[in-house]
Design a protein around this ligand. Sequence first.
Ligand code: ATP
Ligand code: MG
Length: 414
Amino acid sequence: MSNLTKILKKNFDASYHQQLILAGDLADSMNSKVYLVGGAVRDVLLGKSVNDIDLVVVGDSEDFADQLAIKLGGEITARSQFLTAKISFSDFSIDVASARRDYYPYPGSLPQVNLVKSIDQDLVRRDISINAMAISINRNTWGDLIDPMNGEDDLYQRKVRILYKRSFRDDPTRMLRVVLYSQRLGFPIDENTKDLIPKNLRYLRRMAGWRIFITFKHILRESDPHKILDEAHSLGILRSIHSSLELENVDLDQLKLITKFDGENSHFVMLSILVSSLAELDSKKLIRRLKMTGRWIRVINDTQSLKKLVKVMSAEDLLNSKIFDLLSNLDVASLEAMYLISDSDLVRSNIRLFLDKLRFLAPELNGDDLIKLGFPEGPYIGKVLKNLENLVIDGIVKTREDEVNFARGTLTDL
Ligand code: ATP
Ligand code: MG
């Protein structure tokens, strides 16, 4: 059995390292066993920085999580029915789970969870071998690598491999995860694993949308989401999730354009690029299929609305205030996406102008100022403010004094 004491010290940030020591001591005092598992082990072995810490406890994980939160000065921010807890600190979090085994009553169903008494049993139910390793952090066994599925070998052989034949059938989202890690790490998918994908695609069709959506979000947040989507596409995975994601509907070359974007929320921009080639009806179906929520829905709907504006937006002599009116209610991510994909220079420059400048412009005066100037309370104030906004955006009114003069001028219209 390898011992990773040195690697842990070298590749782990000192403060994380200390937290692990404290967690191990706590487990010792509770007669439990505790392990660092999953992505952190994989990334430590690869010499990459670790952002999330997942711990698995053989023993009472709820009590352990409560006490660990107190010991480390964090707060329990989530618990789930699967005996997991999240301890949050100001800038990172630790997930604590009980060692468990899953049973899938039917393909793609939610697992039924049973607690188990050894870490090995917990590891063999995971997705891929390089994610199925654990490192013991109890004091006496500190640094021992537990690797029942030979993940370490696969890591050095650069291979993404599932753990058992029925894995995709039990949880079809693993097909997406296989592609995700293969593309992120640049590791080919193991041949047997790859052969199993076409045979299991049909299980994706019946899979609950919200579960696919979790993995879908994970993918869009990756630094090269277009590569993952592209590969998921060629393997037939996307179209098995929903017919709207058929090959001919999605413009694969457009996905690459995300690499030209370096702002925030690139996952929403990627989403917008992806759905921009879909017909409106299909994008609505996709929202329903994946049970999307919140801003995800908004970005998709706004992407469709924006497509309808392209014609107006390509006019030569649009007033800035007109551009503002057309675009100001749309999600910024859908605008950034259209900026990347549009082949009209005018559309692109109008969007850029809005994003970089117009959207930040506003009159200095507000409703209260107008009342002080003698305006009666009521809808007229809104109209004056809107006019002022247009004038500011068109650069006709430049200073607060100009605004006051303009407003006073309109008082006489009353
Ligand atoms: P990263 O967060 O860097 O993408 P990770 O390995 O931490 O990588 P998570 O999605 O956070 O990935 O999941 C944590 C661990 O949970 C994984 O390493 C894996 O062992 C297990 N896991 C996640 N999803 C599944 C799944 N669908 N089936 C089986 N095991 C899973
Ligand atoms: Mg993770």
